[in-house]
Ligand binder design. Structure first.
Ligand SMILES: [Zn+2]
Length: 382
């Protein structure tokens, strides 16, 4: 990389000069169909910097009219938590936001993390555990508020292109290896409601597996049997459930993240697209490896708020990595009754905001993107 420097610096200097030079000093260039000077030694990607050296009268009004887009929805989140936008092309974002085939503006996703579900009303000693009574309250709350579940692939489509999801969506993620919890507590609820759950599964293909539940059944057979019900989506929770930190050698990081994929493909027939960071621990190297391995989403254990299209609530800690999709928040099951209510309210407020802001967004779109957004009545059909 260093060897590039001597070449790169003069190029940059030339570009800077060209951009700063007053118009009369620049030699007039013959018009070309592409709008770039054919004699320029610069590679095509640099050529877009050229026209500024020869300003034309028509370019001026466009520049003058470039106004910042209307503000995005904001709401009260925990101190230090802010929504992060991840789509850089605002025209593309607005077109997808207002696509009548897509999710309604104000659609919200509550991702909820689960671990143990203790019998009856047993008081949990582990801060991540709940009991059956709490689980039932959570389910009733979700039903009362009209939530439906989505899977990781559905969440990815929604995040990427505002694909249609129920306006109040939740993604139920059961961590680690808990086929008993999946079968005894989740499956009946999923069947009753037509819901789905996501298993954050530790992918190591153990040579000495513990037993399953049916005669002769091993652990992997058990989870495959549950997967075959069609009510579970399986994603990666690492190969060995290693809590990443910066002192773990890169080869080990690679093995932990990338090598978790083949066993899941082998047993379930598809590659995971989400990595659920074991212990919620991630590192810079881990993020790079996850990207390289093909993971498109990642979940932390930070409870930050609901996910919306182009709107990921993150704390300062996650924001500093600049990878919002690999560091998604999750609510804790222990507080989910409250979080579902809060998410519904945020969704309602976001929808109200969208209705009120539609005219401003349509005006900006008309001026900067050269088209018309669909009218409000095509979006909210009542
Ligand atoms: Zn775990």
């Amino acid at each position: 990389m260093l060897s590039l420097r001597p070449k790169l610096l003069p190029l940059l200097a030339v570009l800077a000069l060209a951009a700063c030079a007053p118009a009369p000093a620049a030699p007039p260039e013959p018009p070309s169909p592409t709008g770039t000077a054919s004699a320029t030694p610069f590679p095509p990607t640099w050529a877009t910097a050229q026209p500024s050296a020869t300003p034309s009268p028509t370019a001026l009004p466009t520049l003058a009219a470039t106004l910042p887009p209307p503000p995005a929805f904001s709401t009260r989140l925990h101190a230090g938590v802010q929504p992060v936008a991840y789509i850089s092309d605002h025209c593309e974002y607005l077109a997808q936001r207002w696509d009548p085939r897509g999710a309604l503006p104000g659609s919200v996703v509550a991702p909820i993390m689960f671990h143990s579900i203790l019998p009856g009303n047993t008081a949990p000693t582990d801060p991540s555990a709940i009991n059956e009574v709490m689980f039932e309250q959570l389910v009733r709350q979700a039903q009362r508020l009209g939530y439906e579940t989505i899977t990781v692939p559905q969440l990815l489509d929604f995040i990427e292109s505002n694909a249609k999801i129920p306006p109040r969506s939740m993604i139920l993620i059961l961590d680690d290896r808990r086929p008993g919890t999946a079968e005894d507590h989740f499956l009946p609820v999923l069947e009753e409601n037509g819901w789905m759950a996501t298993l954050a599964w530790i992918a190591h293909p153990d040579s000495a597996q513990r037993s399953g539940r049916l005669p002769g059944e091993k652990l992997w057979d058990w989870i495959v049997r549950l997967h075959d019900t069609g009510y579970f989506d399986v994603q990666s929770h690492g190969l060995r459930h290693i809590y990443l930190n910066s002192s773990i050698p890169i080869d080990e990081v690679r093995e932990e993240i990338a090598d978790s994929i083949p066993p899941l493909v082998e047993h379930f027939g598809y590659a995971p697209v989400a990595y659920i960071w074991p212990g919620g621990n991630y590192t810079r190297a881990g993020l790079e490896v996850a990207r390289e391995a093909g993971f498109e989403l990642g979940f932390t254990v930070y409870s930050r708020g609901p996910i919306q299209f182009n709107w990921i609530p993150q704390g300062e800690e996650e924001r500093s990595y600049g990878e919002p999709l690999l560091l998604l928040p999750r609510f804790w099951d222990t507080a989910a009754v409250f979080n579902l209510e809060q998410t519904a309210q945020i969704g309602d407020a976001a929808q109200q905001f969208a209705r009120e802001n539609h005219a401003a967004e349509a005006a900006w779109y008309r001026q900067h993107c050269g088209g018309e957004l669909p009218p409000l009545e095509d979006i909210f059909k009542e």
